[in-house]
Design a protein around this ligand. Structure first.
Ligand SMILES: Cc1cc2nc3c(=O)[nH]c(=O)nc-3n(C[C@H](O)[C@H](O)[C@H](O)COP(=O)(O)OP(=O)(O)OC[C@H]3O[C@@H](n4cnc5c(N)ncnc54)[C@H](O)[C@@H]3O)c2cc1C
Length: 500
């Protein structure tokens, strides 16, 4: 059963898939006088990801990191997943999402569907929502990426992910629940140690920041609430690489490691997790099999998974199908092939290849491979753009970060608002250029590190920069006020450690 939503306006209709850094930023900047703006996303809000680790431990309230897309004054917002795109008919097939929980947290089912490109996107959702079609004149694909589990046994089912606000909420509940379980008079000392061992997999900025925030929670708040339990608490970061925070230079990365060592956070590099399974002898505990420890398993109360990205199932689906559009006659006329075309896929990441104007690239389907490595020539798919974590500009080496996603969003919206990219040759449009504002990571206890081409900062000064930098970016006035208020509240009265 399905239905179709027809076009009503004379303005060109731009449909945006996703409400993250890329989709939300684009919709916010696109000129509403020139275009009808329609957004499709399973969640009705934008989440400010750099502050998620803070919300997971109660430094900040969840709502302070969210912006409702309804406040953008869009022409339409459809809460659902884009399930398929018919590029010939310029139509998107959408499956409605009527459960808020499904759009806001990472589930094992969704990760399973993402790993298998042949599976249907809607296979990720337990109860199938109604299906309907949405037509577009221009399409902006900004569906982001999922967490990569590398096929490691038990990760999908038992690890905790930190990608959205629902994930942060689950982690906060689990941490506090483990403390309550450990406080029971019936819990043995051995089980207390397991329940209060917090394992973090991935030594990138997200994993390191979560470890730091968790340590702050334990040191500043839980020490007072559970003084007898603190001796059992352990925080360990595991990574397969020889060093953590690879994007920082040696001095800053060493400073970070020394800070962690002083605070008692263990960092285990060159450690390979092979399996996570429930501990049958300790309720709520997990057992981690780590290659370097042989058969001896490590007990943990929670495993926060913070490493690797894989493509969104929609992207995997779009890059694996052949299609024909009337507008692509020019591609075939140029002698690049006679049959259908395919979207060009980046060989390394599986993302969608774009040109420097962020237009989706297609290649003749008869090339047999759509890996960008092997395909010399491609053409732009008219009126279809990709931005954010699911987009790859070959040779640019751009990381999957909020900085890149939001700059691409602003660039594309401004170009379209100027009418620049309506010209198929793009003569009027300047290519996208990334401006690196630097990389920052919070290390706990009011210290951070910051690195850019202009300077390097560490300690308290970097922490001040870290706290002010994101506040000035991409937040509504409401949140620019709410975030410092919550920071001040948790500093004065302690973090919120109630479970509800
Ligand atoms: C905890 C955490 C901390 C981070 N910290 C930083 C940082 O400090 N600095 C930094 O630069 N980067 C940071 N990042 C990375 C940054 O958040 C991402 O690079 C950024 O979110 C990418 O933006 P995006 O819009 O491409 O994807 P996302 O923000 O992931 O948004 C994707 C959107 O698409 C929607 N969607 C998914 N599937 C569909 C579908 N089928 N149809 C329609 N919509 C769909 C999703 O619901 C979501 O709204 C962090 C990430 C995390 C998880």
């Amino acid at each position: 059963m399905g239905c179709s939503i027809s076009k009503g306006s004379k303005k060109e209709r731009v449909v945006i898939l996703g409400s993250g850094w890329a989709g939300y930023g684009f919709a916010r900047t696109l000129d509403p006088k020139k275009y009808e703006r329609i957004m499709i996303s399973p969640r009705s809000y934008f989440v400010f990801t750099p502050l998620l680790a803070g919300t997971a431990v109660g430094t900040l309230e969840f709502r302070a990191t969210l912006e409702s897309v309804r406040r953008l004054g869009l022409d339409h917002f459809h809460q659902g997943w884009a399930d398929e795109v018919d590029f010939a008919r310029k139509t998107i097939r959408v499956e409605a999402n009527t459960s808020d929980e499904l759009g806001s947290s990472t589930t094992a089912k969704a990760l399973k569907a993402a790993q298998d490109p042949s599976s249907k996107v809607d296979g990720a959702q337990p109860g199938k929502g109604v299906m309907f079609d949405v037509p577009y004149d221009k399409l902006v694909i900004a569906v982001g990426a999922y967490s990569q589990t590398f096929g490691i046994e038990g990760v999908k089912e038992h690890a905790s992910f930190l990608r959205d606000v629902g994930d942060a909420r689950k982690i906060r509940m689990k941490v506090l629940q483990n403390f309550e379980r450990a406080a029971l008079p019936t819990t043995s000392a051995a089980d207390r140690k397991k329940l209060l061992h917090f394992a973090i997999v991935g030594g990138g900025p997200t994993g390191i920041e979560f470890a730091a925030e968790l340590h702050d929670l334990v040191k500043d708040d839980l020490t007072r609430t559970y003084p007898d339990l603190i001796k059992h608490v352990g925080i360990t970061v595991y990574d397969v690489a020889p060093k953590v925070l690879p994007m920082f230079d040696k001095t800053l990365a060493t400073y970070a490691m020394e800070t962690f060592k002083r605070e008692g956070i263990a960092v285990k590099t060159e450690h390979h997790l092979q399996r996570i399974r429930p501990d049958e002898d300790c309720q709520g505990c997990l057992k981690l099999k780590i290659q370097e420890y042989g058969d001896e398993e490590v007990g943990a109360g929670i495993v926060v998974w913070s490493t690797g990205l894989m493509q969104n199932p929609l992207v995997s689906k779009l890059v694996s199908k052949e299609f024909e559009t009337p507008e692509l006659g020019s591609l075939r006329d140029k002698g690049k092939g006679k049959g259908n075309v395919m979207i060009q896929k980046d060989a390394r990441t599986g993302g969608i290849v774009t040109d420097s104007h962020l237009r989706v690239q297609v290649i003749p389907a008869e090339s047999k491979t759509n890996d960008s490595k092997d395909v010399p020539e491609s053409s732009s798919l008219p009126d279809v753009f990709t931005i954010g974590d699911c987009a790859v500009i070959p040779g640019s080496g751009l990381p999957a970060t909020a900085q890149v996603a939001s700059q691409q969003a602003t660039y594309l919206a401004k170009q379209l608002s100027k009418g620049a990219l309506n010209d198929d040759n793009n003569k009027a449009a300047k290519p996208f250029k990334f401006r690196n504002w630097g990389t920052m990571t919070y290390l706990g206890s009011w210290t951070a590190i910051h690195q850019s081409s202009a300077d390097e900062l560490k300690g308290w000064a970097a922490w001040v920069l870290w706290r002010t930098a994101y506040l000035t970016k991409s937040m509504s006035i409401r949140n620019k006020i709410m975030v410092p208020v919550y920071w001040a509240t948790s500093w004065l009265f302690g973090r919120d450690i109630s479970r509800f």
